[in-house]
Ligand binder design. Structure first.
Ligand code: BES
Ligand code: ZN
Ligand code: ZN
Length: 485
């Protein structure tokens, strides 16, 4: 899909969409064609649509009016949702061209409105179809024109396109099953991304190197699988030493069977999504490189498959992580924190201004928040605020949990420095974060637990079922903010 800005006088075939708040009148030029539209026919309730044929009196085949609801209840995300409604409508009537009359929204500038329309359109146009041999069910809306005189809208389209395409890139990669998207395959994809962008460089630690470096927590998780682990390190603007450096870490478990602490078989297939964090980081890097943000980034993607073969790690094993701390592995299903331990201590060694990690870490976060928000854990109030605001803007919302000192007791081991689960299982997401905190040293750090939001399993206004790519726009937005400081 290509999104463009055109003048309102421009006319084309296809569908013309208007977004209208309850308080707004239906534009004269539309009433002239359709005749009077009563309140009963179109009540302008949020995302309610009214479609009218133009009977050949306009170049557009059809006009689609979409409600934005009452002014006082308006939220900026409604713009993305309305764009999603328009695109889905075009798909349903197999119309490849859509024009959207840009609404003027108080409190939002033209650039932002155009950005959100673009995001909603590109995100709702995407569906994972690659593994189906019959393609005909899929209809692509090829062109979206945003009709406005405002030249500032161009920039919004450019930013929105980068963000939404980066998110779709992540959705595509994350949806791939574990027999295809192995640690080595993700390595290959990261290498391709690094080749495509001059500002990126890549280093990959294979098993031999991981052993040499003492990344034994990552190695321990991978032991039970025939797929070898990797640590992929991507650096953006590596040579530009005067720019501030930020660290990113993403959990990349390509399949989480639980290992010897094996999971129940119901829904185990969903554990192919346990690589979401690593792929979100890949998407953020893609977006940051395309936006050419004036920062430096170092990202570490620990990649492994968690399986239970004869060589697998066992409950009770003790491993020494990259930072020298010993970990008692009481449950092999709490594997994400093990691979993150090595990656976080590796990145913190580079002294970034802050590290953000993103991981499908705990089922407990899904219990707490459902699928409507990610858990945020940080000791830094400024970082919390930046991520909360970025979450509200992108509608990839986060909710902050405490990581009080008292929780630290729960993770103390009798035989090692720390254990990977608490005895009680209480506060499961928080104790997970407490574990991670042991591996970041003094670096400012925020942890995002995306178990839940990584997967869409009900109807959503602009995301199809499947891998969501949620986290890409959130973290990129936070980095855009940080790049302006
Ligand atoms: N990958 C899972 C977390 C998860 C659960 C993600 C459900 C998405 C949906 C993680 O590795 C895990 O198994 N965590 C355990 C931790 C426990 C053993 C302390 C969990 O949440 O049960
Ligand atoms: Zn697990
Ligand atoms: Zn896991």
């Amino acid at each position: 899909m290509k999104v463009k800005i055109e003048r309102p006088t421009y006319s084309d075939s296809g569908v013309l969409a208007y977004f209208l708040m309850k308080e707004e009148k239906i534009p004269e030029e539309i009433v002239k064609i359709t005749g009077k539209i009563s309140e009963e026919e179109f009540d302008k309730k949020l995302l309610k649509a009214y479609d009218a044929t133009t009977l050949g009196r306009m170049k557009f085949r059809r006009v689609l009016l979409i409600g934005l609801g009452e002014k006082k209840e308006f939220e900026p995300d409604f713009i993305r949702r309305a764009a999603g409604v328009a695109v889905r409508y075009c798909k349903s009537i197999k119309c490849p061209e859509l024009s959207i009359h840009m609404p003027s929204i108080s409190g939002m500038n033209a650039k932002l409105v155009a950005q959100f329309i673009t995001e909603g359109a590109i995100l709702s146009n995407y569906k994972f179809m690659e593994l189906k041999t019959k393609k005909e069910e899929y209809f692509d809306v090829e062109k979206v024109s945003i009709l406005t005189e405002e030249r500032a809208a161009e920039e919004g389209v450019a930013i929105g396109t980068i963000l939404a395409e980066s998110q779709n890139y992540v959705r595509y990669l994350t949806e791939q099953p574990a027999n295809i998207m192995t640690p080595r395959k993700i390595e290959e994809i990261a290498r391709r991304l690094a080749r495509e962008k001059d500002s990126l460089s890549i280093t990959v630690f294979d098993e031999k190197m991981l052993k040499k470096k003492g990344m034994n927590a990552l190695l321990a998780v991978a032991r039970g699988s025939s797929e070898p682990p990797r640590l992929v390190i991507l650096e953006y603007n590596k040579e530009k030493k005067s720019l501030p450096l930020y660290g990113l870490v993403g959990k990349g478990i390509t399949f989480d069977s639980g290992g010897i602490s094996i999971k129940p078989s119901a829904n185990m297939h969903e554990m192919k999504y346990d690589k979401s964090g690593a792929l979100v980081v890949l998407g953020v890097i893609r977006a940051v490189a395309e936006l050419k943000l004036p920062i430096r980034l170092i990202a570490a993607l620990p990649l492994a498959e968690n399986m239970p073969d004869g060589n697998a790690q066992k409950p009770g094993d003790v491993v020494k992580a990259y930072n020298g701390k010993t970990i008692e592995v009481l449950n092999t299903d709490a594997e994400g924190r093990l691979i993150l331990a090595d990656a976080l201590s590796f990145v913190s060694e580079k002294n970034p201004e802050a590290i953000i990690d993103v991981a499908t870490l705990t089922g407990a976060i899904l219990v707490a928040l459902g699928r409507h928000g990610a858990g945020l854990f940080t000791t830094d109030d400024k970082l919390a605020k930046i991520l909360e605001e970025a979450g509200n803007r992108t509608y990839e919302r986060v909710w902050r949990f405490p990581i009080w000192k008292e929780y630290e007791e729960m993770m103390k081991s009798d035989v090692a420095d720390i254990k990977n689960i608490s005895n009680t299982g209480e506060a499961g997401s928080i104790t997970g974060a407490i574990f991670l905190k042991e591996f970041v040293g003094k670096t400012k750090w925020a942890h995002l637990d995306i178990a839940g939001v990584d997967l869409i399993n009900t109807s959503h206004p602009y995301l199809e079922k499947g891998a969501s790519g949620i986290g890409v726009r959130l973290i990129t937005e936070a980095l855009i903010f940080l790049s302006k400081r």
